[in-house]
Ligand binder design. Sequence first.
Ligand code: SF4
Ligand code: SF4
Length: 465
Amino acid sequence: MSLLADAKGAAPVGGRLPDGLEWFDIGHSDYTALIDADTAFWSLVRTDEAARVIEDGALVRQWQDKRASFAEEMELLRFNLKPSAVYFNPTERCNLDCAYCYIPRDMRKNGEHMSRETLLDAMERLHAYFSSIMPPDRKPQIIFHGAEPMLNRDAMFEAIAQYGDRFRFGVQTNATLLDEEAIAFLTGHGCGIGLSLDAPVEAVADRSRKRWNGDSVFASTLTAIDRLKGYAGFNVICTMNRENIDQLVPMVEFLHEREVPACMLNFVRCTQPGGRESWVEDAVVSKAYLAALDRTHELFRATGRKLVVANFANILISILAPTARRLMCDISPCGGGRSFFALAPDGTLYPCSEFIGLPDFAGGNLFIDKIEDVLETPPFKLVTGRKVEDIAECAVCPVRHFCGSPCPAEAFEANGGMDKIGAYCDAYLDQAKYAFRLIADGIEADYLWDGWDDGTETTFGFGGC
Ligand code: SF4
Ligand code: SF4
């Protein structure tokens, strides 16, 4: 794998390093990163100054003074979080048949809705659980997820109306059922809304996302995007796959033109066979993805308006302020089963939605078991115990805490075990290098939400390089 050759190949820059520090070539003309991978400490050093910086010793001394507190911060983030969110699937059914969906086809086509009474019972149980573990001034989050949650709209909306004072809500939807009334309700209740669209061109978008009879959903998604214009709490998920990989630059142009505030460019997960068939090789996905990021920056510079690519912004934040990250795929153990869990319509609890459809990862049932006990079951422990230190390639990777080696479901199903890497390792490495290059150029804020660092503190600032 090119990763280790790249990373370790960078070692000769600038003299002998104390144990724990390593050089990391970020592909920048002037700067190289000095990283303590275990604690996620880094500093950018001018490559032509590298030897002097090490010889001088000031940076190394500051790192050594702070190392224990960096390690403590990472320990807290990696092993001591409690759940604060639930991916709540109120139905097994979906009105679409997307090529890469991780939910089994039969379940999506013929599955059950959660009844109104059951859904409200689930809300009450979740409320009782979260109020026992979270401070009263923090609200846990429920993300209604799919299959297609809007198919069970009435029960879901009743839960949002009844529990709006105790939870924050989000809905991840394919947008086909987002009529004016639904949008007024969701925006009126301050719900986050995530839509899915894979390409700016109907013929391409339809290749991966379509109805059971093959009909297009492109027009209805566009209508929903236009209806949501001006609402800050919405984003569009674009799943990068073999059908749309050449469309990422036009895609971000399209979303930016429609004033979408944020999007996610997600790598298609290879957990299920459909995902594996949609896989794109690392070099190709990486080139297309970084070109799309470049384009969002050009558009920002030209118009003053950002289209934040949220999954990339999270990587930047994981480098700049590890504990301020918002998404939990890029830390190990990942967030599945420890900072959130997933609830299936029959009450089964899984570490993450990505495991729905993998019965071996069912940890228990919300209506029978105590959530505290489910979190300790072997299927959950298998996921929450997966850490980069136990994965041969990742254990020596300089960016292991800015990547997290996603995804355990993918590693287990596609590559044969929790101690294996998932897909896209080289692309994750490229993403981290790109993030460091932006920081070296001082333009990282252009890729982040305004005010992303409100409430975060700088625990280390070194101006010596
Ligand atoms: S890495 Fe995979 S299992 Fe973990 S949170 Fe992300 S999607 Fe879920
Ligand atoms: S998966 Fe991520 S952490 Fe593991 S070797 Fe690849 S880039 Fe590094």
